[in-house]
Design a protein around this ligand. Structure first.
Ligand code: SAH
Length: 255
């Protein structure tokens, strides 16, 4: 009987600065009976989870990607069936490359009530803290978000590099560290100017945020030299030049 089931909240935590949590996210975290989280929300937000909640690290289901996701879905479903109020806490926004859609589908299938609590996505906020507006009237009026992480053994890329190279707007790449060199090469091979500015922003909105700026031609070598690590956002396009003018927001907001 679904009447005895608990409710699930798929909650976005924003990009890491705890002051970028929504009021709704804060309230739900504080009142949850079960919180199923991964590491992306970051230490500060994760350490603010209340003692009263049962906390389940979704990372402990680590393994093959799809299997892992199935196990996470099962854990969410099981806790809801026990009648618990469950918060599934995810970095950024739950529906932006967060597999939140898959989790929501699993809940629909099981007849479990749920709500989405959108979060501030890293795709926009992380460039913003690095002084990069993703659109700007003088440089671009379009923006696209892509995943840079694709299985390197896949023969055909799921991304249309030809269309992306022709795209005149800002390209924001999530999960793009591992495949950075290949992705930059794909864009150049398909005709994008090798001098197009590129920024890599690691751990955006967090106290140890670091920004690396280069061009499509230079960014992969720079990233290697500087030991760039995930999580990082890659921004490709003219708006990256604004970083020099708008600077970098200090992220030491007392956290
Ligand atoms: N749902 C999330 C994205 C999940 S995919 C969102 O809306 O933000 C995971 C990717 O998000 C990482 O590989 C990285 O590209 C990006 N990301 C999330 N938080 C970040 C942060 N604080 N700094 C840099 N990149 C971040």
């Amino acid at each position: 009987m679904s009447g005895n089931y608990g409710k699930v909240y798929l909650v976005g935590s924003g990009p890491g600065d705890p002051e970028l949590l929504t009021l709704k996210a804060r309230r739900l975290i504080d009142t949850a009976e079960v919180i199923i989280y991964d590491q992306l929300p970051g230490k500060v937000i994760l350490s603010s989870m209340p003692d009263s909640a049962e906390k389940i690290d979704a990372g402990k289901f680590a393994g093959k990607h799809t299997l892992t996701q199935n196990k996470i879905n099962e854990a969410i479903v099981q806790k809801a069936k026990e009648g618990k109020m469950v918060v599934r806490l995810k970095g950024g926004d739950p529906y932006v490359f967060g597999r939140g859609g898959e989790e929501a589908e699993a809940l629909v299938q099981e007849g479990i009530e749920f709500e989405i609590v959108p979060g501030i996505t890293s795709a926009i906020a992380v460039p913003a803290y690095a002084g990069i507006p993703v659109t700007h009237r003088e440089s671009t009026s379009m923006v696209t978000f892509i995943t840079g992480h694709e299985d390197p053994t896949k023969e055909e890329s799921g991304l249309n590099w030809d269309a992306l190279a022709k795209f005149e707007g800002t390209i924001v790449i999530l999960m793009g560290v591992k495949m950075l060199r290949r992705n930059a090469e794909e864009l150049m091979k398909n005709g994008k100017d090798s001098e197009t500015p590129v920024a890599l922003i690691e751990r955006g909105t967090r106290p140890d945020q670091r920004v690396t700026v280069g061009t499509l031609a230079s960014i992969a070598d720079l990233a290697e030299e500087r030991g760039v690590k995930a999580p990082a956002i890659t921004v490709v396009g003219d708006v990256v030049r604004l970083h020099d003018i708008l600077g970098e927001q200090l992220t030491g907001t007392d956290f």
